[in-house]
Design a protein around this ligand. Structure first.
Ligand SMILES: *Cc1c(COP(=O)(O)O)cnc(C)c1O
Length: 452
């Protein structure tokens, strides 16, 4: 399988190169040249374990990696999950299911993609006989998931910048208490935007980037979206056959990454009837799906911080498919969007989507309602998915994080402190963070000193 850029101005790449490249040189995102048809294999898939289902799925995409090698990576990726089913589908009642995506090492769904991506990077080091230095800025979840994907992998080092004192203490511990010698948790003096701006400059220095073989952690890597398709397939296979045709996947999302994965799987012949795009109060996607207008607004910090985004970067992939894979049109739309901060869509594939918006004022009440009704505790992101569940459908709500990651919100909502053994263990480990100014020169000097 080959992968094309949504902007159409760079050559197609094979899987490994597209994963290693991340953002295409023309500014676009890589997408598969075509969608395989999985509809004839669903029966056969239903007997497979999670890692094996991942192998079968990627057989259509990672065609340049020997299957035995890919199997080893998939097994290693999901062996780090603490639940035997990896992504258990929990039935709350006849019409309500939760897909628990928080059993990975950092207790949030990003582990599904970043465990696999970490192994793909490790594989790349071996086959190219070159080390790789991964660099990213985070306000919380992505950085820790990326760190745990590369933990101790030979030939790799990872540098994650975060704003000192502005992530939650648990998030900081997930990054700075690993004890792994190839992990550098860098607390910068400043805001997340300062960290990101400094990082952008580091990447902008082409010579430096090439010399240290820098690679970016970001939400747009092709492997991330594909890895996320697998749990939709896993969940759909586990739904009772009688409700599959009337079920809706409810996806708490900010960047559109998670819901895009589900939609792509639908394009591969898995008959998922619909998706609900569930946003928090930063509702760019809700506005898009309810009015057809895509427009940035100001970001309001919320109780579901991993969904606090201004631009849904993965939306460009959906745009590309919706415009009939017309890269020239994508370039036009993206250019006009950059200029005006908004775009009005006439016709795009909206049929299988609904959307909702959940404000901070509503989140605690929802956590309370779900707890009273089912004795089940949802984290603030997952709570956004429980807003206005449809009575005429079966809902599968994606639980994107473990509630123990957000103890304050949960305690204030239901008076119960959620816990998780891995977080308790973290509280006892020594913190190893590096304090730097958010200045590109300082960051480069640090990388120079520690790069592999
Ligand atoms: C990252 C994240 C999200 C949003 O994911 P998208 O890629 O924007 O769809 C939702 N919940 C949690 C807990 C996250 O970490």
């Amino acid at each position: 399988m080959r992968f094309l850029s949504t902007r159409g101005l760079t050559p197609a790449l094979g899987f490994s190169d597209a994963v290693a490249t991340g953002l295409a040189p023309d500014g676009g995102l890589y997408v598969p040249e075509s969608f395989p048809d999985l509809s004839g294999r669903l029966e056969q898939y239903s007997t497979l374990g999670y890692a094996e289902l991942c192998v079968e799925f990627f057989r259509h995409f990672a065609t340049d990696i020997p299957e035995a090698e890919f199997r080893r990576m998939a097994q290693a990726s999901y062996a780090t999950f603490s639940h035997p089913e990896v992504a258990p589908l929990v039935r709350l009642d006849e019409k309500t299911y939760v897909l628990e995506l928080f059993h990975g090492p950092t207790l949030a769904f990003k582990d599904f993609a970043l465990q696999l991506l970490g192994n793909l990077y490790g594989h790349q080091c071996l086959t190219r006989k070159q080390s790789i230095n991964v660099l990213g800025a985070t306000s919380g979840d992505t950085g820790s998931a990326a760190i745990h994907g590369l933990l101790g992998k030979p030939g790799t080092a990872i540098f994650i910048l975060y704003p000192d004192g502005r992530t939650s203490p648990l998030q900081e511990r997930q990054m700075a208490c690993t004890g792994a010698p190839n992990v550098f948790a860098i607390a910068v003096d400043g805001t997340f935007d300062d960290a990101q701006a400094a990082l952008k400059e580091v990447f902008g220095d082409q010579d430096f980037r090439l010399q240290h073989r820098l690679s970016a952690v970001n939400s747009i890597n092709l492997a991330r979206v594909l890895a996320q398709c697998v749990y939709y397939l896993w969940a759909w296979l586990r739904l009772p056959a009688s409700v599959r045709a009337t079920s809706e996947f409810v996806v708490p999302t900010g960047n559109f990454g998670n819901v895009l994965a589900g939609w792509m799987l639908r394009q591969m012949g898995v008959p998922i009837p619909g998706f609900r795009v569930a946003t928090n109060q930063n509702d760019i996607l809700h506005r898009l799906f309810s009015t057809g207008v895509y427009g940035t607004g100001e970001v309001l910090p919320s109780l579901a911080p991993s969904m606090d985004i201004q631009v849904a970067s993965n939306f460009e992939r959906f745009l590309y498919f919706s415009l009939g894979r017309d890269a020239a049109r994508v370039r036009q739309v993206m250019a006009s969007f950059r200029e005006t901060g908004r775009h009005s869509f006439e016709n795009f594939d909206r049929d299988c989507f609904s959307s909702s918006r959940c404000t901070d004022a509503e989140i605690p009440g929802i956590i309370q309602d779900v707890y009273r009704k089912y004795h089940y505790v949802v984290d603030p992101h997952t709570a956004c998915g429980f807003k206005d569940l449809r009575a005429d459908r079966t809902s599968v709500v994606l639980a994107t994080a473990h509630p123990a990651k957000f103890p304050e919100t949960i305690i204030s909502a239901i008076g119960v402190e959620p816990t998780h053994p891995s977080l308790e263990a973290l509280k006892k480990l020594p913190l190893r963070k590096h304090l730097l100014k958010a200045r590109p020169a300082d960051i480069k000097a640090f990388i120079e000193q520690h790069a592999v």
